[in-house]
Design a protein around this ligand. Structure first.
Ligand code: GDP
Ligand code: GDP
Length: 464
């Protein structure tokens, strides 16, 4: 069980002191996210049997040419958005100040769960000030002393049930299945198929990603319509959830909503980069990633980067060109899109490209079908006998090259995993098989077994 806790509050209430206490000697500065300036400190924390990542938003010493308040707000908002739970710290000795109220307002609007702590309350100090904390409308102020280590059990007792809620809300991680070499009968009877077909209990996990203004919010709202259902129980304060469950034309789906990021993205360039990071996170939870393009400005750097990431992560991908209603010469534009797609995203070869209008709802049926198909293919199992017949035909049509006169033999092939499909080919001299031959096989699999929209992994294993 694990979660992210952000420590939030105005300067000087004791956030860093509390951070250091929670992280103890395990303090680690994390700065490994490319392209994102890290001004939030992160550390691995431990409290009783709870393990979590703690973020300290006190990094205000960064030089930037705008007001302290602006910086503070942005850092706080980022910390809040990255966190599952916020620990909001006030100073018990000072009581509730206007700045505290300002932060409380941010938390009420954005945070998923909030625990309120009144610090510097060692001994019986600051009782009156701590009680004022009730007025913030964030529940009971826990009286703590970060410096003296008092009240840590109260923090634990407050976090524990929230940690369980966070865990329950969290989508099941997408894990690849392994070791599934199948007979044709097993594969064709769809053995194990029930496990992955979308159901109310296991909705199809979709992430909608794309540059700001591509139409993500519009699309998601169109899909969920009146059916909007925020996931998870609402304990304390809940913001618009990161994911929504809905019924999409009869398919239970869970949509990872990165749309909220846009609002932040407008604030500054720096935060715009973060929206990419958030998009990347959504990709990790998704089974199918919808890359939403604005037809007027398709395949921008940001789109390419996330699409590439989706492929690397092994997610099924559907590309949807949005705002199709604005397009006058549709056939011409479609050709142009197809051409750009092939040129700019060769690694997504075979991914479906559908045109939609999130505004009018036109094309949503096509999008639905493409998502369903990509998901099915992503889970596809192909029997070993069929694969080997196919392999024989492929090598007869185009034998592998014979470097130095030595023939490479592809002896045998089997599917070893799904989500996405992965294959192993037993061969001789595997180190001499050119990449172009591997691509020949992958493309052949895609065409002959009709597998659009999914990465296909194929590796060679040496058999002497
Ligand atoms: P931040 O700006 O919110 O990160 O606050 P710091 O952690 O830097 O603490 C601000 C000041 O409050 C420092 O002088 C700390 O020593 C002091 N402080 C922090 N926690 C406590 C506490 O529990 N009791 C008392 N009396 N002082 C504290
Ligand atoms: P997001 O930043 O990706 O969430 O984009 P929004 O959903 O907020 O949409 C950005 C703008 O594009 C808004 O003004 C929408 O009304 C507009 N928009 C979204 N989808 C469509 C569409 O299919 N057709 C047209 N014409 N405009 C759209």
């Amino acid at each position: 069980m694990s979660f992210t806790l952000a420590i939030v509050g105005r300067p000087n209430v004791g956030k860093s002191t509390l951070f250091n206490r929670l992280v103890g000697k395990r303090l680690a500065l994390v700065d490994d996210q490319p392209g994102v300036t890290r001004d939030l400190r992160e550390g691995d924390a431990r409290l009783g049997d709870l393990r979590f990542v703690v973020i300290d938003s006190a990094g205000l010493e960064m030089v930037e040419d705008d007001s302290l308040q602006g910086r503070m707000r942005r850092l706080t908002e980022r910390a809040v958005d990255e966190a599952d739970i916020c620990l909001f710290v006030i100073d018990a000795r000072a009581g509730v100040t206007a700045a505290d109220e300002y932060f409380a307002d941010i938390l009420r609007r954005r945070a998923r769960h909030v625990v309120l702590a009144a610090n510097k309350a060692e001994g019986h100090a600051g009782e009156a000030g701590a009680s004022e904390g009730w007025s913030l409308g964030l529940g009971e102020p826990l009286r703590i002393s970060a410096e003296h280590g008092e009240g840590m059990e109260d923090i634990y007792r407050a976090l524990k049930p929230l940690a369980e809620i966070v865990e329950a809300e969290r989508p099941a991680p997408v894990t690849p299945e392994t070791d599934i070499a199948l007979t044709d009968e097993q594969a064709e009877s769809g053995e194990g198929a029930e496990d992955w077909r979308p159901s109310a209990a296991r909705p199809l996990q979709v992430a909608v990603i794309g540059r700001p203004n591509a139409g993500k919010s519009t699309l998601i709202n169109k899909i969920i319509g009146e059916d909007r259902l925020l996931t998870g129980p609402e304990a304390g304060i809940t913001r618009d959830s990161i994911s929504v469950r809905s019924d999409f034309m009869g398919t239970p789906v869970r949509i990872f909503d990165t749309a909220g990021m846009r609002k932040k993205a407008r604030i500054s360039d720096k935060v715009e980069k973060l929206s990419v990071a958030d998009g990347l996170r959504a990709v990790r939870f998704a089974e199918v990633v919808v890359v939403l393009l604005d037809v007027a400005i398709p395949f921008e750097q940001q789109d390419l980067r996330i699409a590439d990431f989706a492929e690397t992560e092994g997610r099924a991908v559907v590309v949807a060109a949005n705002k199709w209603d604005l397009e006058e010469d549709k056939p011409h534009k479609l050709n142009e899109l197809r051409e750009a797609f092939e040129r700019l995203l060769p690694q997504l070869k075979g991914a479906p490209l559908v045109t939609v209008s999130a505004r009018t709802g036109k094309g949503l049926d096509r999008l639905h079908n493409a998502i369903l198909k990509a998901h099915e293919v992503w889970n596809r199992r192909i029997g070993t006998a069929r694969l080997n017949q196919w392999l024989t035909a492929m090598t007869e049509a185009h034998p592998p090259p014979a470097p130095g006169g030595r023939r490479i033999r592809l002896r045998y092939m089997t599917q070893v995993k799904t989500r996405p499909p992965g294959f192993v080919v037993m061969a001789t001299h595997t180190d001499q098989i050119p990449e172009s031959y591997r691509r020949y096989l992958v493309n052949g699999l895609r065409v002959d077994f009709d597998m659009p929209g999914t990465p296909i992994r194929l590796t060679f294993r040496d058999q002497g």
